[in-house]
Design a protein around this ligand. Structure first.
Ligand code: HEC
Ligand code: HEC
Length: 575
């Protein structure tokens, strides 16, 4: 971490901003006349006005001219404490994050395109609105951090000054022109000027979305029973319920989730606490039996109408584990899905319909799988599941069938197929990070999905049928990029469930050039049919160095739903 002396020196560069220890600066109206958002909360005023003056209209310098997510506010406030010498106890810091997220927040429609950032998804994403700005701003952090904020033009400019002041490398890495211009480029502006012009145009402080959200925003009344459905890589679909109860105030909640993994039948119970910011941003943590090792952070959106809450629960040093989830209001019966989702023609199997308040004692006639699929008998009927024995006739037309229970549609479909023609491994490519020494490991979970070529008998055409998860045998093969490529010996190993476990970080004296255990390999899933036939699918795996710098490394305060990095590291990505 940088020293205080360096921080002070950096702050001197921020001529347009503030420097610690100097008198508070008057808030300035933005050069294009934008009005700020008054700060009316005494806790914020008391904690911040030493450096951020408040004018007669209640406008506070800097703070009144930007809007952010709870994570965004948390990051700025952490910086105030660690680099700018603001003094705050965690309690006050949390109260301030809460106030600012509500009053200087982002609307649901504004967050949606960047929600992968707060949900910590490791995805391939590109910012299509302006390639140059993406080049300039995504070299050190995700573009998600940028598009989840709104600011006046002056504030976008001051943000650039902050980067230059504290992180002078940004000049050589991103902000100053380097390399030849793009072929045919006509725009000769400095990359930073381009970025400021673009960002203040598309992400201004005042927007219609925020104006209209501010008018309707209130704490959502989400206490009650919710049906839960989700999908956890490596574990498959989950079905169950979440009981949400009111907490200490209108935006705090406690919750108990009870769910079953459809594949294994394993049951889980988790209890958690959460806060809903800005009327819709759920941030929580939950545990099994209060056991720290089982912590999942919960980042979800309460949808308008309060009928659905969805997002992601996650853990791991790189947030790589955990399910995608959706909670649906369960005042009456709710149907959630099916497992398994495919059946071979001419065979029988047990299919379970999962839901909540489905009623008990359902009969063969209550469930309808469509033409060619006969329900033979009910195996089990409980209020949260109905298992039935079904047979797909030899001549059932291949294809997906809508399923109905007592006339109501069950989400998902049952696909009848003649044979499995190919196996696909997901994700198509993955990135793991070496660890276990100085840094935590970053894992990748692979899964195999079966496909049938469909009626036309040709692979990868529109009539292909997706048949869902299949069990495969996992192995690795060299991805030959150079002569005598031998990455496979070093990068790590796959377990029998397709979880890739990277090798140790740091130089390896057994390797030529004492290289780290980095490299790339094919991850291969091999499926064996009953008649001994084998099918293979593969994915590309890149094993790289740890993320040495993660810009939230300060153990200063915690939001529900955000860990301290120290805690994360100690766990080394355990799950
Ligand atoms: C001791 C002085 C000091 C105190 C106290 C202080 N700040 Fe700051 N603040 C600064 C300085 C210096 C900057 C400019 C450099 C920077 O952005 O880190 C700044 C910048 C900011 C910014 C702009 C960051 C951005 O995203 O561009 C925000 C927001 C902010 N402060 C919020 C707060 C809040 C909220 C408080 C009260 C909890 C607070 N500050 C208390 C010194 C302070
Ligand atoms: C050289 C690396 C680098 C580049 C290039 C870079 N950033 Fe950053 N950015 C950082 C770091 C480091 C932080 C964390 C600052 C902190 O809180 O200590 C950050 C933080 C931010 C924040 C959050 C600040 C806050 O307090 O809310 C925003 C927004 C942001 N950057 C936008 C941009 C934009 C826009 C660009 C392109 C014009 C850009 N960044 C390019 C390194 C970079």
């Amino acid at each position: 971490m940088r020293s205080l002396a360096a921080a002070a020196a950096a702050a001197l560069l921020l001529s347009a901003a503030l420097s610690p220890g100097t008198t508070a600066q008057e808030p300035e109206r933005d050069d294009n006349g934008a009005e700020g958002i008054p700060v009316t909360d005494q806790t914020v005023i008391d904690a911040c006005q030493r450096c951020h003056a408040v004018d007669d209209d209640g406008l506070m310098s800097r703070v009144s001219f930007m809007r952010k997510t709870p994570e965004g506010w948390q990051q700025s406030i952490r910086r105030m404490v660690t680099l700018n010498e603001a003094e705050l106890d965690p309690e006050t810091a949390r109260a301030i994050v809460r106030y600012l997220s509500d009053k200087h927040g982002v609307a649901p429609e504004e967050l949606r395109p960047g929600r992968f950032e707060v949900e910590r998804r490791l995805i391939d994403w590109s910012y299509e609105a302006d390639e140059d700005v993406e080049d300039t701003c995504s070299q050190c952090h995700s573009m998600g951090r940028v598009i989840t904020q709104r600011r006046t033009r002056d504030e976008w400019k001051l943000l650039m000054a902050m980067h230059r002041g504290y992180y002078p490398l940004s000049d050589t890495q991103g902000f100053r022109r380097f390399g030849p211009p793009r072929p045919g480029a006509t725009d000769s502006r400095h990359p930073m000027d381009k970025a400021v012009a673009h960002l203040s145009g598309v992400f201004p402080l005042k927007t219609d979305e925020w104006t209209s959200w501010s008018a309707t925003m209130r704490p959502p009344r989400v206490a009650g029973t919710w049906a839960l459905k989700g999908y956890e890589p490596g574990m498959g679909p989950i079905y169950g319920t979440v009981e949400i109860a009111a907490g200490a105030d209108a935006t705090s909640f406690t919750s108990t989730a009870r769910y079953t993994y459809a594949r294994s039948g394993e049951g889980v119970e988790r209890s958690g606490r959460s806060i809903v910011y800005t009327g819709y941003q759920w941030r929580g943590r939950s545990f099994e039996d209060g056991d720290d090792e089982t912590e999942l952070r919960e980042v979800m959106m309460v949808e308008r109408g309060w009928g659905e809450i969805n997002g992601r629960w996650f853990a791991g040093a790189y947030d790589e584990f955990g399910p995608d989830v959706a909670l649906l209001r369960a005042d009456g019966p709710v149907l959630l899905g099916l497992h398994p989702v495919s059946l071979k023609s001419g065979t029988s199997g047990t299919v379970t319909v999962h839901g909540v308040n489905m009623g008990v004692g359902l009969g063969v006639g209550d469930v309808d799988f469509g033409p060619g699929v006969e329900v033979a008998r009910v195996v089990k009927s409980e209020s949260h599941m109905l298992s039935v024995k079904v047979t797909a006739s030899e001549d059932a037309v291949p294809g997906a069938r809508d399923v109905f229970l007592a006339g109501r549609p069950v989400p998902g479909q049952l696909t009848v197929y003649e044979k499995i023609d190919r196996i696909a491994v997901t994700p198509e490519w993955g990135m793991a990070r070496l660890g276990g020494g100085a840094f935590p490991k970053g894992y990748v979970q692979f899964e195999a999905v079966a496909y049938s070529d469909g009626p036309d008998g040709k692979p990868e055409t529109g009539d292909d049928l997706e048949l869902g998860h299949v069990d495969v045998t996992w192995s690795m093969e060299e991805y030959s990029a150079v002569f005598d490529d031998d990455d496979i010996k070093y990068v790590g190993s796959l377990d029998e469930d397709g979880l890739f476990m990277p090798a140790l970080d740091g130089p390896n004296t057994d390797r030529t050039g004492q290289r780290n255990n980095v490299g790339d390999v094919w991850v291969v899933g091999t499926w064996s049919g009953a008649d001994g036939e084998e099918l293979r699918g593969r994915a590309h795996l890149i094993v790289t160095v740890p993320l040495y710098m993660r810009w939230e490394p300060w153990r200063v305060m915690e939001l529900p739903g955000r860990p301290t990095i120290g805690g994360d590291r100690d766990r080394g990505g355990a799950r």
